[in-house]
Design a binder for this molecule. Sequence first.
Ligand code: WQD
Length: 345
Amino acid sequence: MKKIIVTGGCGYIGSHTIVDLIQKGFDVISIDNFSRSNKKMLDGVRKITGKEIVNYEIDLCDFAATKKVFEENLNISGIIHFAAYKAVGESVEQPLLYFRNNLISLINILECANEFKVPNFIFSSSCSVYGDVKTLPVNEETPLPEAASPYGRTKQIGEQIIFDTARACNTQFILLRYFNPVGAHPSVEIGELPIGKPSNLFPSVFYNALGKINELVVHGSDYETKDGSCIRDYIHVMDIAEAHSLSLLYLMNNKTSEKDAAKNNWNVEILNLGTGKGYTVLEVINAFERLSGEKLNYKLGDRRSGDVAAIYSDNKKAIEKLGWKNLRDLDEMLLSAWRWTKKIS
Ligand code: WQD
């Protein structure tokens, strides 16, 4: 069985990806220090797959500890590097925390990939690298503007670090730019576990329905969109998870073409992971009310600083390269995440 190291394996996307990897026959080793995640995810993974996952509770910023994981687990076929802080607002307040955590951990894991000759590497990037993009849908060729937050900047810098590293080592890379992940595994054994007061639309919508947040504020109703609220590309976390397994298989089949290398792409592919379809905040709210039968208490408020009016993906490249299919629609995202949130509340 091919051995895969998953960093941030107890996080939201990490745990769903581990389930898919196991079901596709991979042997998974997780690294997660639970700084932004919960051990319970390992129980959920076990209940779904019947497999006990080994997790190393270490800080990836500690190089010696990270290296030890590779010394104890030789012949790793691939690394999926999820582990990172991801709260945009927090990154504005504590930029150095974000640069230290997200970039040093990346450098350490890349050094291990190089030293232990790990052939395949998947990096969690983000649609936030596109900033306030004007041409929609956004594709992977779009030049990147100044990042809107230190979090977004850690993803832009992370991508650049990988480009430079790829020139000097034999590892192949895929950078996956996620749009807005929502949803939970259909078993509702794993899902998103927000830390502290949520600032994202999900789970704020669910918390409002449960009475945990009194009033949901729609951030902006005067954008140039069909109803004035912002447009985002919400994508089911299971569709994102499956794209990771397919990315590994793609790299393992050594499909990074000589043509791409000749274009100076140096064994790095960038792929958008979105549905290609945008919904406004009000459309999402209406869809949730229709599906759940709950009435939300929301009001139209001011724009939130740092928000872009609209962004959604051109996802053709991921579909073509990986044979990936976007299988789950907005209803399935909302219903699975709602069932999960009720279960853990
Ligand atoms: C979605 C929409 C808000 C809360 C962030 C990261 C991004 C990516 C996904 C991965 C926006 C509106 C929200 C609320 C609202 N992650 N909203 N009321 O900001 O699109 O993206 O997560 O890296 O990088 O920046 O997600 O869920 O915060 O907002 O009206 O109470 O919902 O204005 O239009 P965002 P979000």
